[in-house]
Design a binder for this molecule. Structure first.
Ligand SMILES: Cc1ncc(COP(=O)(O)O)c(C=O)c1O
Length: 337
């Protein structure tokens, strides 16, 4: 559910998933976890990103589950929770090759056998994260998985109980069935996208989000006239220009200037000129349906035409994750499920 459920609206998506039987949700930050609790979501919530010491009392007050990634973190948390009567559930992340958060493998058993885990903390889960599960070469992921399962075996043999071992992101789920273990952590796949475009043929997924707006003004400009900041679009013919009330502050990236395409009346209309903070202009000369009030899909389907976050990502030189996460708070979300 991190990054506002990849832009989809964390509270509504969490409710839908809880209804569908999901018992454990993942967020990246304390504030994201608190948002779910304040909305009345009762499922387990793991905060997978880093936490600083000052955040620990709030974490406990909202029954959020931290992911411990160092011995210092465990000690600090144990201190904050020393008066708890019931041991507090935590997950631990071990580093297997992501090169990001995590306890070093040779410190893991030490950590799990430390006094903190005999007192206020209870190990509920052990996790790691794949760095390269979406690449063509499976060897790095296989090595990460082998390290993780090897560690699991070793610590279980040493008497540590690990109720939930989890490592698989979307690419892991789809491409490495052996990585499913006790729980999985799908992100992008939940929203109908593949981690990489060359996986699309294997498992059909359907994007769940459309990004829609409508035309607020249509004006015809003469040849030689220009559109938007710095006049980067100059009309070569009489051009009908539609104005859309969405801009880069809403997540419609400025790199789509003179590059993006939108759908109106089932036809493609190119973005002309610079995308502004709050508005974007499109060339609707060849789209007679383009009148004030006409529906516009920036991501979505109209008739036989379709624009997905993968297209936007290609036009602006990024990945669909970033396109989705960037959809800003000003965009009203309507959830249908
Ligand atoms: C720790 C962790 N688990 C799972 C995911 C989900 O990854 P994906 O969206 O590729 O499924 C992420 C996202 O980056 C993550 O950081």
């Amino acid at each position: 559910m991190k990054a506002n459920a990849y832009g989809h609206g964390a509270v509504a998506v969490s409710r839908a998933l809880a209804q569908a039987g999901v018992t454990l949700l993942g967020v990246a930050t304390l504030a994201e976890g608190i948002q779910l609790r304040e909305a009345g979501i009762d499922a387990g919530v793991i905060v997978m990103g880093p936490l600083v010491q000052g955040e620990m009392p709030d974490l406990a007050a909202h029954r959020l589950t931290p992911v411990i990634y160092s011995e210092d973190f465990a000690l600090d948390l144990a201190r904050v929770l020393r008066d708890q009567t019931v041991p507090y559930p935590v997950h631990v992340e071990v580093e297997t090759g992501m090169g990001r958060l995590g306890v070093d493998q040779d410190r893991l058993l030490n950590l799990l056998q430390a006094p903190a885990f005999k007192g206020p903390l209870r190990l509920e889960g052990l996790m790691s994260h794949f760095a390269d599960a979406d690449s063509d070469d499976p060897s790095y992921t296989q090595s990460q998985l082998a390290q993780f399962t090897g560690l699991l075996e070793r610590i279980r043999r040493a008497g540590v109980t690990v109720p939930l071992a989890h490592v698989a992101n979307t690419a892991g789920i789809l491409r490495f069935p052996a990585s499913h273990l006790d729980a999985v952590r799908p992100g992008i796949g939940l929203y109908g996208y593949h981690h990489s475009t060359n996986q699309e043929a294997d498992v059909p997924l359907r994007p769940v989000l459309s990004l829609l707006t409508q035309i607020v003004q249509v004006r015809t400009i003469r040849p030689g006239e220009t559109v938007s900041y710095n006049r980067t679009f100059r009309a070569s013919r009489a051009t009908r220009v539609g104005v859309l009330p969405i801009g880069y502050a809403d997540g419609y990236n400025r790199l789509l200037s003179n590059k993006g395409t939108v759908l109106i009346g089932g036809k493609r209309a190119p973005v002309v000129g610079r995308v502004c903070m709050d508005m974007t202009m499109v060339d609707v000369t060849d789209v007679p349906e383009a009148q004030v009030g006409a529906d516009v899909a920036l991501i979505g389907e109209q008739g036989a035409e379709r624009i997905s976050a993968v297209d936007l990502a290609r036009w602006q030189g990024t990945i669909p994750y970033e396109v989705l996460c960037a959809i800003g708070p000003r965009v009203r979300r309507l959830h249908i499920y």
